[in-house]
Design a protein around this ligand. Structure first.
Ligand code: TLP
Length: 343
C-alpha cells in the first residue's frame, strides 16, 4: 500500500540528485577537522546566519543538548517553554547530560514573553538555582509550526542581555519560519547566543543539524559533541546532502506551507474537528478531534486503513506535516478522505 505519510517532515528520503551529490562528496576525517565538505558547510552556514562559526552535528536533539551543556553548569536552571521539544521530547536530557533544572513556562502558541520571563527568573540568592539560559523554539512544533515574533525575540534578547542570561534558539525549522515571515536567518540569529537548525526536516536531507554561535562557543561545543558520541568521521557525505538541500530545497518550503493551508482549510469544514487556522503558519496543521467522540488511536488507525499516516498531538489532537515527498494532490486526497470519514 502506498501511504500518504504526513507524520513528519523527518520522513523525507534523499532524492536521486541528492544521493548523487553525496556520492561525489570530497571527504576526510572530521574528528581531525579534515573533512572539506563539512568544513565548507560550517563556513557557509556561519556566513548565512551572520555568526562566527558553526558545528555540524548528527541531530537536532544533539544540537540543543550540546548547546545547553556549553551554556550551563550543573545546578543551574534553564527556562523552557512547556511544550517545547527540549522539554517534552528530549527525554530530560538537560537534567541527565548537563545536570540542570528545567523551569517550564506556558507560552501562547509556543511564544513566551519578557513579562513571563521576568516572573520566571530567580532572584540572586545562594539557595536558589541561578537562571542561566532561556530556550525558545521557532517554528514551534507542538503549536503547529507557529512562527515566533521577531519583535518578541528582540525584547527577549534585550532583557536576557541585561540580566546576563544566554538565549538558545531551537531553530529546527527556522528555515520555515524565515520563509513564512520574510525575516532573514541573519536577523533571527542576531537575537540569540546560539541556535541549532536541522537539514533533516523540511530540507529533505537524511541526517544532520548544525549549531551556530561565536568561535569560542563552537570550540566548546566541539568537545561536547565528542563527549556525547557525535564526533563523526567521513561526515562529508552527510554535509553534501545538507549543501544540496540548501541549494535546492529552501525556497520550495513555501509550497509545503501552501499544502498545509489547503489541507487545514479543507478539514476545517469537518464539523467534528476544531482547527485554529491562525496557527497554520508554516508546514503543519493540528486539529482537535474531541468532537468525533473517538480517541486519537481510533482516528489514526482508521486513517491508516485508508493509507494516510498522521501523528497524535497533545491530549486530543492529530497533526499533519507537509514536506517535499508529498504532492499537493496527495494532500488534497488525504483531506478529502478525512472529510468523507467524518462528515
Ligand atoms: N521533531 C520531531 C519529533 O521529535 C517530535 C517531529 O516530528 O517534529 N527541535 C524541534 C523543534 C523538533 O521538532 C525536533 C524533531 C527536534 C528538535 C529534534 O530533532 P532530531 O529528531 O533531529 O533529534
Amino acid at each position: 500500500m502506498k501511504y500518504i505519510d504526513l507524520r513528519s517532515d523527518t520522513v523525507t528520503k534523499p532524492s536521486r540528485a541528492m544521493l548523487e551529490a553525496m556520492m561525489k562528496a570530497e571527504v576526510g576525517d572530521d574528528v581531525f577537522g579534515e573533512d572539506p565538505t563539512v568544513n565548507n558547510l560550517q563556513e557557509r552556514i556561519a556566513i548565512m546566519f551572520g555568526k562566527e562559526a558553526a558545528l555540524f552535528v548528527p541531530s537536532g536533539t544533539m544540537g540543543n543538548e550540546v548547546s545547553i551543556k556549553v551554556h550551563t553548569q550543573p545546578g543551574d536552571e534553564i527556562v523552557v517553554e512547556q511544550d517545547s521539544h527540549i522539554f517534552v521530547y528530549e527525554t530530560a536530557a538537560p537534567s541527565l547530560l548537563s545536570g540542570v533544572q528545567m523551569k517550564p513556562i506556558a507560552g501562547e502558541h509556543g511564544m513566551i514573553t519578557v513579562e513571563q520571563l521576568k516572573r520566571a527568573i530567580r532572584p540572586k540568592a545562594y539557595y536558589m538555582p541561578p537562571t542561566k539560559l532561556i530556550c525558545i523554539e521557532n517554528t514551534h512544533g507542538r503549536s503547529g509550526g507557529t512562527v515566533f515574533s521577531i519583535d518578541e525575540m528582540k525584547r527577549i534578547a534585550d532583557f536576557a542581555r541585561a540580566e546576563k542570561i544566554k538565549v538558545h534558539l531551537d531553530g529546527a525549522r527556522l528555515w520555515n519560519a524565515s520563509v513564512a515571515s520574510g525575516v532573514s536567518l541573519n536577523e533571527y540569529a542576531r537575537h540569540v547566543d546560539s541556535l541549532s537548525v536541522c537539514f533533516s526536516k523540511g530540507l529533505g536531507a537524511p541526517v544532520g543539524s548544525i549549531i551556530v554561535s561565536d568561535r569560542e562557543f563552537i570550540e566548546h561545543a566541539r568537545k561536547y559533541r565528542k563527549v556525547f558520541g557525535g564526533g563523526m568521521r567521513q561526515a562529508g557525505i552527510l554535509a553534501a546532502a545538507a549543501h544540496y538541500a540548501l541549494d535546492h530545497n529552501v525556497e520550495r518550503l513555501k509550497e509545503d506551507h501552501q499544502k498545509a493551508r489547503v489541507f487545514a482549510e479543507q478539514i476545517a469544514r469537518v464539523k467534528q474537528f476544531e482547527i485554529n487556522l491562525n496557527d497554520v503558519q508554516s508546514n503543519m496543521a493540528i486539529a482537535d478531534i474531541k468532537g468525533t467522540g473517538k480517541s486519537q488511536v481510533e482516528v489514526l488507525t482508521l486513517l491508516k486503513s485508508k493509507a494516510i499516516l498522521l501523528t497524535p498531538e497533545r491530549e486530543s489532537s492529530i497533526r499533519a506535516v507537509m514536506h517535499l515527498d508529498v504532492s499537493m494532490d496527495e494532500v488534497k486526497q488525504a483531506a478529502t478522505t478525512l472529510q468523507s470519514l467524518f462528515s
